[in-house]
Design a binder for this molecule. Structure first.
Ligand code: PLP
Length: 443
């Protein structure tokens, strides 16, 4: 019987999931699946965590909700302290419910910061091509992806400016990573000079572009250049750590790979590892001091922001990550993952590139390894691979829009951070079966 529930393509004939355990999911027919992309890089500590279940149940019995204007929240304060410590560069935190909301709030805080200092015209917030920061109007405006393109004709001109992606395999500026002068970073300076620094509030980027571009890892010196440019032109740096935050890449924060501080960091997904919705916008002392000395008021937030249940759960998730020394675990498992990916790349002629950092990785498929030519869109390669994987009991997230017009095929491999080696082995066995099946159809 068809359901009145709306799915992305309106209706769905996918199986119903009834339970999960570690990196495994089970449907109502009892078929098992490896959660190879942690859903959408969210189920970072896997399914069925007993400690989290207990924290949630105890919290629900204690109190359902208490509003932040009326009462303080001990779980939220504890969680904020833990996140500040792990960040190494932020001083204060505000909680929201989704990555989109938190990025939206980050943009608003950046504009507020400059307004409090009397810079009324600083309103441009620059982003990059091939990026995703969420599905609200503000986050679509700073990103560049298909969802944005769908409503772009209605768009305000303040949102049009986009910088090149750090896509070294297909450098949008035609450079080579061995000899380039980080022209992708210099493009920020050019753009600021064109718009006038007095009109630019912030630059937003993921430390490592996750799903939008199929794991794009910037050149080592990229963020140091970006920071220098932001400082020289009085621009805030906002980093979207919705995917890279809290251990996914083998460091607590993605920016720790580059030893560069941002002014605002955004967390989501892995913060509560999928158990309930929660996200966070984290600011540094510089921003806090200006707002504290100025309006002393934050006009961000939603009814459920920082609710007792989600913050209690996230506090438990962060404790679990800290107690397990998760970044180190991820680093070690990342070596194993890389090795498996390289084996796949060597085995199949259609694997053009593998990009991996910690347990965040993508395989990019090409028609021709030499020319790096993409498959035509009508082949629907990533869609077919993810369907074949699902048949073989592996859930994988296809990356969309490596190039404008939804061109390019890549699959994201990002299992739960606490996956066992047996689970990782099962992932790659099932991936191999799926690739064999689809590639044999290609001839
Ligand atoms: N930022 C990044 C890097 C993301 O990958 C996503 C979602 O995929 C978001 C922000 C938006 O998060 P949410 O879907 O929780 O609003």
């Amino acid at each position: 019987m068809s359901s009145p529930l709306l799915y992305p393509s309106l209706t769905s004939d996918a199986p119903y999931i009834s339970s999960g355990d570690g990196a495994w999911l089970y449907d109502e027919q009892g078929k098992s699946y490896i959660d190879g992309s942690s859903g959408v890089m969210i189920s970072n500590i896997g399914h069925g965590n007993e400690d989290i279940a207990q924290i949630a149940s105890e919290q629900i019995k204690k109190v359902a909700f208490a509003y932040r204007s009326h009462f303080r929240n001990r779980h939220a304060e504890d969680l904020a302290s833990k996140l500040v410590e792990l960040s190494q560069d932020k001083s204060h935190v505000f909680f929201l419910n989704s990555g989109s909301e938190a990025n939206d709030a980050a943009v608003r805080v950046a504009i507020q910061y400059w307004q409090e200092l009397g810079y009324e015209n600083k309103k441009f917030v620059l982003g990059r091509n091939v990026s995703n920061h969420g599905n609200t109007i503000a986050t679509l405006s700073v990103a560049q992806n298909k969802r944005r393109e769908e409503i772009e004709p209605l768009w305000l001109s303040v949102t049009e400016h986009k910088l090149p992606a750090c896509y070294c395999y297909r450098c949008p500026l035609g450079k080579s990573p061995d000899s380039c002068q980080l022209e992708c970073a210099q493009a920020l300076e050019k753009q600021i000079l064109e718009l006038g620094a007095e009109n630019v509030a912030a630059f937003v980027a993921e430390p490592i572009t996750a799903a939008a571009g199929g794991v794009l890892i910037p050149h080592d010196g990229y963020f140091a250049q970006i920071r220098r440019i932001c400082d020289e032109h009085n621009i805030l740096l906002i980093v979207d750590e919705v995917v890279t935050g809290l251990g996914r890449t083998g460091t607590w924060f993605g920016m720790h790979h580059f030893n560069v501080s941002s002014d605002i960091s955004v967390l989501g997904k892995g913060l509560n590892a999928g158990y309930t919705p929660l996200s966070a916008v984290m600011i540094n002392q510089r921003i806090y001091d200006v707002i504290a000395a100025g309006s002393h008021n934050l006009s961000i937030g939603h009814t459920h922001s920082g609710n007792p249940l989600s913050t209690a759960i996230a506090s438990g998730v962060v404790d679990y990550l800290v107690d397990s020394n998760m970044p180190q675990v991820v680093k070690e498992k990342g070596v194993y993952l890389r090795d498996k990916l390289d084996t796949i790349a060597a085995k199949y002629p259609y694997v053009g590139d593998v990009r991996a950092i910690g347990l965040l990785s993508a395989i990019e498929f090409v028609q021709d390894k030499q020319t790096r030519e993409m498959f035509p869109s009508h082949v629907q390669l990533s869609k077919r691979i993810s369907a074949a994987a699902l048949k073989h009991g592996l859930v994988l997230y296809p990356c969309r829009g490596l190039q404008p017009g939804e061109r390019g095929d890549a699959m994201l491999i990002a299992p739960p951070l606490n996956s066992t080696y047996e689970e990782l082995e099962a992932l790659f066995q099932r991936l191999d079966l799926a690739l064999q099946e689809v590639f044999s159809e290609l001839g």
